[in-house]
Design a protein around this ligand. Structure first.
Ligand code: SF4
Ligand code: ZN
Ligand code: ZN
Length: 309
C-alpha cells in the first residue's frame, strides 16, 4: 500500500480508510494533539504544568509531544512527577525509563512513593485486602495515586496536571460509568477536569488536562515505535477488574464497526455539559477531610478511608 504522498505506507487507519507513510503518520498525530490542545484551550500563558509520568507509552508520549509544544515558549513551564506505588515486579523498570526520558528532554523530575505517604507499598496492601470488601488493587492504587499527585503537584506550584489518557481509556471510562449507573461521575470526564470552577475548596484540586484523548491507544504505541523512544512496555501484574472486560468489548465493536470509539467519545462530549450542570446541584460542596485536610466528598477523603484506616 502507498500513502497519499507516494511513499510506502506503514499503517492503515481503518476508520478513515487511509494508508499512511511514517512521515505522514507522525505528522497526523502531532497535528491532532495540537488541535485538541487548541480547541479545548488546554494550556494558557503563565501555566506551570505537572506531567504524570509513569514511564509507560501513554505518559511518555504525552510528555514528548507536549514538550515540543511548550519548550519553545517562554510563558509556560513543565515538570514531571512519577508515583512509585511499590509494585516490585513492574515499577522499577518504568521509573528508570521515566528518569531517562526526563534527562534527555531536560525536564525536572520528581518521584514520590506510596511507602513514604501511606507507610506501605501496594504490594503490601494487596496482601492485606484479601478479606476486605473492595478487593481490586486498581481501586487502592488509583485513589492513592490521584491523592499524591494532586497534593504534590499543588505543593510544587502546578497550575495543571497533564495525563496520558488516550481515546481507549476515555471511552472505557464513559462506558464504565454507564455500567455502574454512575452518570454524575461521568461529568468528571472530558478534556479538562476542573473542580475549582464549581467547588468551594476547589483551589485544592489542580485541574487535569488530557491532550491524547482523541488518539487511539494503538496509534500511540506506533508513534513511540516509529520515534524509537526507549520506554517500558511491561504490563502491571495487578491489572484486572471491569475496565479490562469493557476494553475487550469496545475493541470487538471497533473491529466490526470502525470508528465506534470516536462515535462514543463525541456523542458523550455533547451531553457532558448537561451532566455537569446536574452534578453541581446533586454533588453539593466538597468538604475538607477531617484526617488530612485534603478535599473530600464526605467527612474523610477516599485516600484516608482506603489507605490510612
Ligand atoms: Fe495500579 Fe491497577 Fe494501573 Fe497496576 S493496573 S498500576 S494496580 S491502577
Ligand atoms: Zn505520506
Ligand atoms: Zn484524608
Amino acid at each position: 500500500m502507498k500513502c497519499r504522498c507516494g511513499r510506502r505506507a506503514v499503517y492503515y487507519r481503518r476508520f478513515e480508510g487511509s494508508a499512511l507513510c511514517k512521515k505522514c503518520f507522525l505528522k497526523s498525530i502531532e497535528k491532532k494533539v495540537k488541535r485538541t490542545v487548541r480547541n479545548n484551550k488546554l494550556i494558557r500563558p503563565g501555566d506551570r504544568i505537572a506531567f504524570a509520568l509513569s514511564g509507560g507509552k501513554d505518559s511518555s508520549a504525552v510528555l514528548y509531544l507536549m514538550h515540543e509544544i511548550i519548550s519553545p515558549r517562554r510563558d509556560m513551564e513543565m515538570f514531571a512527577i512519577t508515583i512509585d506505588e511499590g509494585i516490585s515486579s513492574y515499577r522499577p523498570k518504568t521509573i528508570k525509563a521515566a528518569k531517562k526520558l526526563c534527562k534527555e528532554l531536560g525536564i525536572e523530575h520528581y518521584v514520590f512513593s506510596f511507602k513514604d505517604f501511606f507507610g506501605k507499598t501496594l504490594d503490601q496492601k494487596v496482601k492485606e485486602i484479601k478479606n476486605c470488601e473492595i478487593k481490586e488493587p486498581c481501586t487502592y492504587c488509583g485513589v492513592g495515586r490521584r491523592y499524591v499527585l494532586n497534593l504534590k503537584a499543588r505543593e510544587l506550584g502546578a497550575t495543571k496536571i497533564c495525563t496520558g489518557h488516550n481515546l481507549d481509556d476515555e471511552v472505557q471510562s464513559i462506558i464504565m460509568n454507564y455500567i455502574r449507573g454512575d452518570i454524575l461521575r461521568a461529568g468528571r470526564l472530558g478534556p479538562v477536569t476542573d473542580f475549582s470552577i464549581r467547588k468551594k475548596h476547589g483551589k485544592m484540586f489542580i485541574p487535569r488536562i488530557k491532550p491524547l484523548r482523541e488518539i487511539p491507544e494503538k496509534e500511540i504505541a506506533l508513534y513511540i515505535m516509529l520515534k524509537n523512544m526507549d520506554i517500558s512496555w511491561d504490563e502491571c501484574p495487578y491489572a484486572s477488574g471491569i475496565r479490562f472486560d469493557v476494553r475487550d468489548f469496545i475493541n470487538n465493536l471497533e473491529k466490526k464497526y470502525p470508528g465506534t470509539k470516536y462515535t462514543i467519545l463525541y456523542a458523550f462530549d455533547k451531553i457532558v455539559p448537561y451532566i455537569r450542570k446536574a452534578s453541581v446541584f446533586k454533588e453539593g460542596e466538597i468538604l475538607k477531610c477531617k484526617k488530612c485536610g485534603e478535599p473530600a466528598s464526605g467527612e474523610v477523603c477516599k485516600a484516608c478511608e482506603l489507605w490510612k484506616a
